[in-house]
Ligand binder design. Structure first.
Ligand code: GLU
Length: 477
């Protein structure tokens, strides 16, 4: 075994990249990066009836979105059948595997019989000692498992887990149709790709003793194992769609930042004191299996949302501007092909990023900055666009028109002068302006908003509000 760490993420493309798979990929990636090792992506697509190219693309897309870059691959097991057959032949030649001529009907009948007698079904080994082929039958190949003693999985998370060899079946490694089986392909690939650490979900722990026997049969030093505890939903059952979105790309669609999801995923099992928010560099620096817990982790969508908000708050507005564009399109805030001044968009985002939980939220809150015209919230309009605010708005319009600049400072000076003149509080002007400009009563500070909105749009909207009051004076409704 080489000294450098070589790990792999080995998804079966029978579904999208989900939360559990992404966490496995992340722990492999972090381990590789921490040790300046190699991270390999291997697509385990031998189950041809359930694997699709669409899922392969989706898994790769998910990995890329999360920024989990790999150094070798993606390898596809279906491209490697010759390699598997060579390895099987070697085992047969060395007497470590044997041909089995039992038909599937015979095996099924024996299985039923064992079940009827209350026994655990297991291959009875009748082809173990065959010397001659059985005419008219195409054999499968079975691995000769030891029948005595124990196989110990020395796991970096779980410690030593012992399995009785008598429980291990002489498993089929090559079917009679010439296709290799799961446990064989995993081990051959790990041997062939010189994997040093196998990091995967603990749903694979029961396969590990069988695989250990195979590694040993190939004369390959055992990799270290780390079986990650399961991820559960809030009700402590295995995480599934019932608990909310489980596909990684669903989080992209909802407007999560990849770094927020990474930060959330790493905490599903790993901890570092009580620190909650980590940069990627910190994760790479701090990651080790010593800090991976044995207990199952519980998926908490609220915490993920909270983290996402922290990341949006801390992001550079210029980066958020790039990320938010697809969401602006989706929320119909801008039209396809509509040019957007990205520097200006970043300034608008800066006023809103404190409040947005997702990019979709952010896109929706940017609406009044970007659309041509705003509609008014009915209650807000009644309350603030009326005879009382009319003279204030009229004065404001005149004074703003006369302004040469349109900065926060100048705006504030004009507002203050008007409220002083009318003997009212700042809110008596600020709220009607807010409704005029944004359509509602909630927004960042009014001067910030107007500063970003610019003179032209602001004047137009105040003009429109004045006209709306004129058309619809109170008492005439
Ligand atoms: N292909 C297996 C899965 O998707 C993983 C096998 C492994 O990591 O050893 O569950």
């Amino acid at each position: 075994m080489t000294d450098t760490v070589r790990v792999r993420f080995a998804p079966s493309p029978t579904g999208f990249l989900h939360i559990g798979g992404a966490r496995t990929a992340l722990f492999n990636w972090l381990y590789a990066r921490h040790h300046s090792g190699t991270f390999i992506l291997r697509i385990e697509d031998t189950d041809r009836s359930r694997s699709t190219d669409e899922y392969i693309d989706a898994i790769i897309g998910g990995m890329k979105w999360l920024g989990l870059d790999w150094d070798e691959g993606p390898f596809r097991q279906t491209d490697r059948f010759d390699v598997y057959r060579d390895y099987v032949k070697k085992l047969v030649d060395e007497g470590k595997a044997y041909y089995c001529y039992c038909s599937s009907e015979e095996l099924e009948a024996r299985r039923q019989e064992a079940l009827n007698q209350g026994k655990t079904p297991k291959y009875d080994g009748r082809c173990r000692k065959l010397r001659e082929p059985v005419p008219g039958r195409t054999p499968a190949v079975r691995f000769r498992m030891p029948q005595e003693g124990y196989t110990v999985v020395d796991d970096m998370i779980k410690g030593k887990v012992e399995f009785e060899n008598v429980q291990l079946d002489d498993l089929i490694i090559l079917r009679s149709d010439g296709t290799p089986t799961y446990n064989l392909t995993v081990v051959v690939d790990d041997v062939d790709m010189k994997i040093t650490h196998v990091i995967r979900g603990d749903d694979h722990l029961n396969n590990t003793p069988k695989q250990i026997q195979l590694y040993q049969a190939f004369g390959y030093p055992l990799p270290r194992f780390a079986h990650l505890p399961m991820i559960l939903g809030a009700d402590k059952t295995r995480l599934s769609k019932r608990h909310g979105a489980t596909s990684v790309m669903a989080y992209y669609e909802m407007g999560y930042l990849p770094d927020a999801l990474i930060n959330y995923l790493v905490r599903l099992g790993w901890s570092y004191g009580d620190q909650e928010v980590f940069t990627r560099e910190e994760l790479v620096r701090y990651f080790s299996f010593e800090n991976v817990g044995k207990a199952a982790a519980v998926f908490n969508p609220e915490k993920l949302l909270w983290l996402n908000q922290q990341y949006i708050m801390a992001s550079a507005p210029e980066r958020l501007a790039e990320l938010v564009v697809p969401f602006l399109l989706r929320e119909n805030v801008i039209a396809e092909g509509q040019p957007v001044d990205m520097d200006w968009l970043a300034r608008a985002i800066k006023t809103l990023q404190e409040r947005a939980k997702t990019l979709a939220d952010l896109a929706r809150s940017l609406r009044y900055y970007l659309v041509e015209d705003v509609g008014y919230d009915a209650k807000a309009k009644d309350k603030f666009l009326n005879e009382k605010s009319l003279p204030l708005l009229k004065d404001l319009k005149a004074d703003l028109e006369a302004l040469s600049g349109f900065t926060h400072q100048e705006l504030e000076r004009v507002f203050r002068a008007i409220v002083e003149k009318h003997g009212v509080k700042l809110g008596a002007l600020a709220q009607p302006v807010r409704v005029a400009v944004t359509g509602g009563t909630e927004s960042p500070g009014i001067f910030e908003v107007l500063d970003v909105m610019g003179k032209e749009k602001t004047m137009k909207r105040i003009g429109k509000a004045i006209a709306a009051i004129g058309e619809n004076p109170p008492g005439k409704e």
